[in-house]
Design a protein around this ligand. Structure first.
Ligand code: GDP
Ligand code: MG
Length: 199
């Protein structure tokens, strides 16, 4: 197989003892596939389909007119963090019609990173509502798209109705360092909650 990957990258190291499932969620066109692709060490599994005319009335193209694919199920990627710890990233669709997937998707997940777009923060309400419904802790990463208005963090928090402890960071899903930092803010938050629970 000539995919540019070595078997080292495909197979999980024998030393891995802990696998953690993290969701990367957000509305249509917010950067989930990009984010998982940027961080994954394996070729991400993508379930994208070319949008058909039939989907035209349900997939809101506002703000992303040149987007021709949409995630129909999810993205899947892997990130080995240390000898014994591996993260599995599940990019989950935010469209209303995929909501039945969420029960299965949230099962076993430690937390979620919500990708948000400042140009349409209201589009994140559904996804945040679902996370709260499922009791899954989350951090919010605002992706900077060209032409996005400049909002102070306090206004974004207010618009999304975030708790004071919910991490809010900015992120460029196309950039590995920036995406990793967003994931780290989620990990630190999850860890601080675990420490509190055991205090
Ligand atoms: N400027 C900018 N563009 C992004 C960012 N993340 C994704 N994009 C672009 O936005 C479009 C939609 O991204 P995609 O990952 O397909 O969104 P998805 O529907 O959430 O999977 C693509 O053209 C990406 O290149 C980001 O952080 N900043
Ligand atoms: Mg996608």
């Amino acid at each position: 197989m000539d995919s540019g990957h070595t078997s080292e990258e495909f197979y999980l190291r024998d030393s891995v003892r802990t696998a953690v499932k993290i969701l990367v969620v957000g509305h249509f066109g917010v950067g989930k596939t990009t984010f998982v692709g940027t961080l994954s060490e394996i070729t991400p599994l993508r379930t994208e389909e070319t949008m058909t005319q039939a989907g035209a009335h349900v997939d809101d193209l506002g703000g992303v007119p040149d987007k021709v694919t949409t995630t129909v199920a999810m993205d899947f990627g892997r990130l080995t963090l240390s000898e014994d710890l591996v993260l599995y990233l599940f990019g989950a669709p935010g469209q209303q019609r995929f909501m039945p997937l969420w029960r299965d998707l949230t099962r076993g997940a430690l937390g979620a990173l919500v990708l948000a777009d400042k140009r349409r923060l209201d589009h994140s309400f559904d996804v945040i509502g679902l996370l709260e419904e499922h009791g899954l802790p989350y951090a919010v990463a605002v992706n900077d798209f060209p032409g996005a208005p400049e909002f102070p963090a306090t206004e974004i928090r207010e618009a999304l109705d975030l708790l004071p402890e919910t991490p809010l960071v900015t992120c460029d899903a196309r950039d590995r360092t920036s995406s990793a930092e967003a994931l780290i803010s989620l990990a630190q938050y999850l860890l601080s909650r675990t420490v509190q629970e055991h205090a």
